[in-house]
Design a binder for this molecule. Sequence first.
Ligand code: GLN
Length: 485
Amino acid sequence: MHDLSVAELAHALRSREFSSTELTRHCLQRIRSLDPQYNSFISVDDAGALAAAANADARLAAGEQGPLLGIPLAHKDIFCTTGLRTSCGSKMLDNFVPPYDATVTRLLRDAGTVLLGKTNMDEFAMGSSSETSFYGSTRNPWDTTRVPGGSSGGSAAAVAARLVPLATGTDTGGSIRQPAAFCGITGLKPTYGRVSRLGMVAYASSLDQGGPMARSAEDCALLLNAIAGLDPLDSTSSAHPVEDYTAQLRQPLTGLRIGLPREYFGEGLDTATGDRIHAALALLEQQGATLVDITLPHTELSIPTYYIIAPAEASTNLSRYDGVRYGYRCEAPRDLHDLYTRSRQEGFGDEVKRRILVGTFALSAGYYDAYYRKAQQVRRLIRQDFLDAFANVDIIAGPTTPGPAFGLGAKTSDPLAMYLEDVYTLAVNLAGLPAMSVPAGQAAGLPVGLQLIGPHFDEARLLNVAHQLQQASDWHRQAPVEASS
Ligand code: GLN
């Protein structure tokens, strides 16, 4: 059961091969027996899941046909879930039980999905390894001495280990794509504004975007269909028309122009990873695509630019955690000032504090022009690089990460080394573009991800290219050894 795709599961549910309750029990059983070695879940909601499954079974029995009806899934623990703790990987929100659903959560609940639980993540989505979680590190199912990537590492590990067929993630600077690459699954970061941010705990509001993580492009398309669209309650969500993201999956790739940015294939790219990327590109070429050399000249500025803008926005977003309204409150505060400072000191971890300090500094009166305003100007140049490139190519391709999953603890004492992991993913968020990571085989037994980047709102094209690649290869079907048992 756990090896079936979402489309196959939906078919089996409709033809009564098994019920949603049986499927849900199977997933819960796998989580119980296998997850202790991965730590991919922060909360598992057995009772809620079985109730949702019973409800889905009743709807199926009544003849309802929804493509996600009765399908189990997991949400990154950044999406608010009514009555179920939403911790964002932080001690600050360890006791936070939301009174409302995120729009993404609500849409998927209405579609009849079965929420199994909430997945582990870097604290407040700040990180590239899922090691900063208050609930301990998640481990990569391909090699449990290695990180699953971050910040949506719990979702990626749970999907890779076949604990759940489908999960949500969020991507501020790569947090869907990078863990998807490290865990050998498929992940899509939609165009900024394509998916509502309401009820998604805010990290950097001009960059954050939620999206699907699954084993195949087709499964990602099914999930995106359910969550994309204008949300009147999120003023930054887009009114751009929503497509049926499964409709174009089978289009041939003849005539497709794929741009290869020279900056993504230079120094710093691990050789074996580069070889896998070239092999995947060759497969796309065989299907009729042409490869075109392009340049994105401001690529090297994306790390400094992102690491000013994201912390600046984080420092203002995280000011709401003051020990007063909700979240962690210190014991026996002496006065109001002590309440604020000690609650934040005790409630936040080191990486979050580092971001708040950097962001507050970049926004302070004397430095705003030199850092924040300058970063916004460079952001515009980075965006323009992509717009210029898309005048000549349909999509852009390259590696998702410079190398495969690194060891647990390998970069925790060196924040800059950790930030360098994001070199190929950050610019996409600064430009607001959609992008995917798709499995491209393995280097030394560890998965490699091919990144596909599209023009604004061209998710359907990315999914089409990824699906065609998955028709011609079996990389997305490869599973870590223990997970396939
Ligand atoms: N690694 C990046 C950061 O730490 C991106 C994280 C994300 O996309 N949420 O900010």
